[in-house]
Design a protein around this ligand. Structure first.
Ligand SMILES: [Fe+2]
Length: 229
């Protein structure tokens, strides 16, 4: 996609709209690529829950904190702070750990090793503290998590678990979180002088996170540099 055809280089007040449409499409394509839970073995189902837990439990709040440190606008700071407050106050990491325990899918050394390389790539990206790019990555993340919850809940149910608090909460609250992050993006982009970086550079974090999610589900290491975004 070229900058002209995508509309990503315009400076209208709604210049986040093409980015949001693009991210929605990426999430849809990602979910459509996943194997159906009924076609997976119990070991494969356990491993997906375990790898998801290995990535989300210890990194989501850290990456959202990195986003807070990266942005400059008052609106973005306020939106991200609300998100962080909810994560900590409602103990979302504990909720996810409970979900993994109930599904007999607590991450092992092998699960952590399977995601290590792609996880490290996202960590290095977050360390750049680049406001607009990291906001795009987190908006993609929230949007993905929300739409992934029915799939994750299905995997856990098939593993004999009745624990659904984590998936119930994130299937609902992340609708608001995603919209709020795009509002933060709009505020942040108002502070970014034109022209914006190219779409390829803006979506760098999205591409890295998408490769990590593909590893969680497919346990296939994809080169993010050459993956289409
Ligand atoms: Fe959460």
């Amino acid at each position: 996609m070229t900058p002209d055809s995508s509309g990503l280089m315009t400076s209208t007040p709604t210049r986040t709209a093409p980015l949001q449409e693009h991210i929605d499409r990426l999430i849809h394509e990602l979910l459509a690529s996943f194997p159906r839970p009924e076609h997976l073995s119990p070991d494969e189902r356990r491993a997906i829950i375990a790898r998801y837990t290995a990535v989300l439990e210890g990194n989501f709040i850290y990456w959202m904190t990195g986003t807070y440190l990266s942005v400059a606008s008052e609106d973005a700071h306020s939106i991200i702070l609300d998100n962080l407050r909810e994560e900590v106050r409602d103990n979302h990491p504990g909720m996810l750990r409970k979900f993994a325990i109930a599904a007999h899918a607590v991450p092992t050394d092998s699960d952590a090793l399977a995601v290590y390389r792609n996880l490290e790539s996202v960590r290095r990206f977050v360390a750049q503290l680049s406001g607009v790019k990291i906001l795009l990555m987190m908006a993609f993340f929230e949007g993905f998590i929300m739409k992934f919850m029915p799939y994750l809940a299905d995997l856990a149910t098939r593993q004999g678990s009745a624990e659904q608090e984590y998936t119930d909460v994130h299937g609902v609250c992340d609708v608001v979180h995603t919209q709020e992050l795009f509002r933060a993006l709009e505020a942040e982009m108002r502070l970014t002088p034109d022209p914006l970086p190219s779409p390829t550079r803006l979506l760098e974090g999205v591409g890295l996170l998408r490769a990590l999610i593909q590893t969680i589900v497919h346990h296939r290491v994809e080169d993010p540099v050459h993956s289409r975004c």
